[in-house]
Design a protein around this ligand. Structure first.
Ligand code: ZN
Length: 326
């Protein structure tokens, strides 16, 4: 036998052979578009650190979701920016709140053709920018008092038509509290996608501009996970699945693909990965300087997240990628 016997290049010789040999697929249905909707603006407002993304009005949001549905994108997840904030974030569970009104508008426009997800947190609604109500003492969020408010938000978002509630505040016991509130309000069919493995990341920077949710003081390291800790992340995933999460998320995506893989291998639920604002901004910045080709870098990143084991990818690239994949 001539050397070498194994020639991997045989399967890569033609475009057709390469297509036949492709192991994972990326299609529009895998993508979930994060969208911002802001109260009290007459026109959509561009977000400078997220090129191509805007804070939507309710009508521009409906238009955008129409295009995404047309392109076959799997779903959208809404973040609301209220006109007024207060110490407890009461705008978050107001049935006339910015997200609730947006959900009702989208549901009446698209019926069940669109999967509508609602991010559930308080940081966009509190005047201090933390994800829960403050406890006595510096930099601390009162976990257990916050849970009661999360339950109220979940019921309100479900009443407004959310298919999926996605708690992102990383409070202990949040999934159980939300499941109880949903079931108690007659929404046992509503899905919980928990941000179970959410790391305290620098890559969230541009999002905080977009959602106007940067903490006024302190940081979120007391509740979000430490970047070094895989085992701690798996422990949270285990706990939130036991509390009744239907699907779990790893956030951010690219710096945490090992976490995506580990979660994929251990549990049989849908795994989502959130390719966050900093990951998006970084590719755009490099492309603007001519250092990277944006389209091919975007597709490579999204395919890599799929290969790591994500079923769903939350990404600001959802529309552009779906357009290329159509
Ligand atoms: Zn938050």
């Amino acid at each position: 036998m001539s050397f070498p016997a194994f020639r991997s290049r045989r399967l890569r010789r033609t475009e057709a052979l390469r297509r036949l040999s492709q192991e994972v697929e990326l299609s529009p249905r895998h993508l979930i578009a994060p969208l911002f909707v802001k109260e009290g603006i007459p026109e959509p407002v561009p977000i400078p650190s997220l090129p191509g993304q805007v804070q939507h009005t309710r009508s521009s949001l409906v238009e955008e979701v129409g295009e995404l549905v047309e392109l076959g994108v799997g779903g959208v997840i809404l973040f609301g920016i209220p006109a007024r904030k207060d110490a407890v974030g009461s705008g978050a569970w107001d049935d006339e709140g910015v997200v609730q009104r947006a959900l009702r508008a989208l549901r009446s426009e698209f019926g069940d053709r669109a999967v509508l997800m609602a991010d559930l947190c308080l940081c966009e609604y509190t005047d201090h920018g933390h994800c829960g109500v403050l406890a006595e003492g510096p930099d601390t969020v009162d976990n257990d008092r916050t849970l009661e408010l999360y339950g109220r938000i979940a019921a309100s978002q479900a009443r407004a038509g959310a298919d999926v509630i996605a708690p992102s505040g990383v409070m202990d016991g949040q999934v159980a509290a939300i499941r109880r509130a949903l079931d108690g309000a007659g929404f046992s069919q509503v899905v919980i996608l928990s941000y179970a493995a959410k790391f305290a990341s620098t890559f969230y920077g541009p999002f905080r501009d977009a959602a106007e949710s940067a903490p006024r003081f302190g940081h979120r390291r007391a509740y979000q996970l430490a970047p070094a800790n895989l085992r701690a992340a798996l422990r949270r995933v285990e706990e939130e699945l036991a509390e009744g999460a239907d699907a779990v998320m790893v956030k951010p995506a690219l710096p945490y693909l090992d976490v995506v893989r580990a979660v994929r291998e251990r549990w049989q639920v849908p795994v989502a990965a959130y390719c966050v604002s900093g990951e998006y901004a970084m590719l755009h910045a490099a492309a603007q300087r001519g250092w990277l080709d944006l389209e091919s870098a975007m597709m490579e990143v999204l395919l890599a997240i799929r290969r790591a084991g994500a079923d769903w990818i939350l990404t600001y690239f959802a529309k552009d990628a779906a357009w290329l994949l159509r």
